[in-house]
Structure formats: C-alpha cells, structure tokens
Design a protein around this ligand. Structure first.
Ligand code: PAF
Length: 285
C-alpha cells in the first residue's frame, strides 16, 4: 500500500492504474477510522481493481465553534486499518496542499444542503461538497463509497455529481452499529462511559420509528412525536431534531409515502451525534 501526501503524485498514480485498465474506487474519510470505514474500503476492494482511501480532516467543513482542533487524528492506526482492508493507495494531504491561500471557489448544493444538518451547521456542506469535488478531481474514481450514517451528506454528494456531470457512481453503504445499536462514528470516542450509555437511546428511538411505520397506521408526524417523546425524557440528551422526511428531497413527510427516512441529531454531553433509519410503511392505504 502506498501512502502519498501529494495531490499531483496521487493523481499520477491513479492515472497510471487507469491507463493499465483498472477501475478505481475511492473512499473519502477524515481518518479516526472505525469498522464503518473498514466496511467501505472492503466493499470498494470487492468492486474495484484499484482502491484509494483518503484521510484529510477538512477544515472548511467545521464551524468556528466546532471540534476541528480536537478532532481525533490517529494516522498510524488508520493506515494499518486501510492496509488490512485492502487499500492500494492512501492519500494523506496537508491542508496547505488542498487549499491555496488565495483559493476562492466553493461548490454549493442549494436546497438539500440548507435543511437539517445544513441549518444547524451553516457552511458545513459547502465545505463537504467542495472538498469532495477536489478529492474526485485528484483521484478520478469510477465509484466512490460513503456511509448511510451521514444520510444527508450522501444525498448532497449524489445531487452534486448529477448536477456537475462528475463521471463517478456514488455507492451508499449500510450503517455499522455497536452491539447496543449506536451507529459507529469517529465522534463516539468523545463520549464518557455515562454518555456512551445514553447515546444508545438514539438508535432505540429510530428502531421504534421503524417498528411503528411497519406495524401501525400512524402518520409520519405521530411517529416523529413518539421519537421525540422517547428522547426528551432522557436526561443528558439535548435533541436537535427527530424528523421523518422524504428520502430523496428531505422534505418533511405528511403522508406515509416512500422513500422515507427517520433522521435524528442530538447532543449527548458536548458531543453532537446523528443517526437515521430507512422506513417502510407496511400498512399504508
Ligand atoms: O464523511 C466524512 O468523513 C467527510 O465529510 C468527507 C466526506 C470525507 C469529506 O471531508
């Protein structure tokens, strides 16, 4: 496995693989890898001839009061995980090689990026769509792999790829969960043991929503009210939203129609967590 910090050299290595007739899979990450990331690299390994992981804690997607400086940086163990999962190349740029001091271009997806996470984290998705565009330009992948855990992010990237004619197929991979249901996230390592226990309630609320959608004829608003009830009663959880939306447009659902997704964001202590579950309305009229 090659570890390469230079965008130019990474581009050259990927080009060489493409010229040799290899298909390229890219797994963009910010490091602090866990089993969720490993599942993305393993999937890319199965589906592509040449697998590129990227590790870059992208400053432009963090707000001024967010955790950029304390975001976990665990490069050595990340590289070991990439190697074991079968990556061929890992791109590990410095901020200075990704953002020139006079850079002025931002890639912005409009409506999808303005709601939910976009409303709570202004500018976040501009940072994501801009850096992902740059990573796609550098690694020229045939396929790129993202986790369903960041549901809104993968929708925004799909929209961007369609709008800008990026020749890349976006693959969304299932959420990997801890044994109590907590969605794996690099930020889980901020949780104290007590907070870690409370955090399990988020996935319980989503499982409840899934069950209510499948087994009752409750309206989406009633199901989200049930999630809110479950989470508001837990001390130490500061719920930011628990909603049921259209799974493509992110508009709030008024009727039990599909695609549908339940989305939650909450602060557990000082750690902000997000999670989601695809819903199926089995009893819908
Ligand atoms: O999901 C992430 O880790 C980041 O948002 C991404 C896609 C690597 C862009 O920095």
């Amino acid at each position: 496995m090659i570890v390469e910090p230079s965008p130019t050299e990474t581009h050259r290595l990927v080009r060489a693989a493409r010229c040799a007739g290899k298909s390229v899979g890219c797994v963009p990450t910010m490091g602090a890898l866990h089993a969720g990331h490993v599942s993305l690299i393993e999937r890319a390994r199965k589906e592509c001839d040449f697998v590129v992981g990227t590790i870059f804690v992208n400053p432009t997607q963090f707000g001024p009061n967010e955790d950029f400086s304390k975001y976990p940086r665990t490069l050595e163990s990340d590289l070991e995980m990439c190697r074991e999962a079968g990556a061929d190349l890992v791109f590990t740029p410095q901020t200075s090689s990704m953002y020139a001091p006079l850079a002025q271009t931002i890639v912005r997806v409009d409506r999808l990026a303005s709601v939910l996470e976009g409303a709570h984290r202004p500018g976040h998705f501009d940072g994501v769509s801009t850096v992902v565009t740059k990573l796609f330009n550098i690694t020229e992948p045939d396929r790129a792999y993202f986790g369903q855990k960041d549901f809104q992010q993968q929708l925004i990237i799909r929209q961007m790829v369609e709008d800008l004619n990026h020749p890349v197929e976006i693959i969304t991979c299932p959420i990997i969960r801890e044994s109590d249901g907590l969605a794996m996230s690099s930020r889980n390592r901020y949780l104290s043991p007590d907070e870690r226990q409370r955090a399990g309630r988020l996935s319980q609320a989503l499982r409840k929503a899934k069950q209510l959608a499948q087994e009752t004829s409750l309206a989406p608003a009633e199901i989200s009210a049930a999630m809110i009830d479950m989470l508001r009663s837990v001390e130490g959880i500061d719920l930011q939203y628990a909603v049921i939306t259209n799974g493509r447009t992110l508009e709030l659902l008024t009727e039990p129609t599909e695609p549908a997704v339940a989305l939650i964001a909450a602060k557990v202590g000082t750690t902000r967590l997000i999670d989601n579950e695809i819903l199926h309305f089995s009893l819908r009229q």
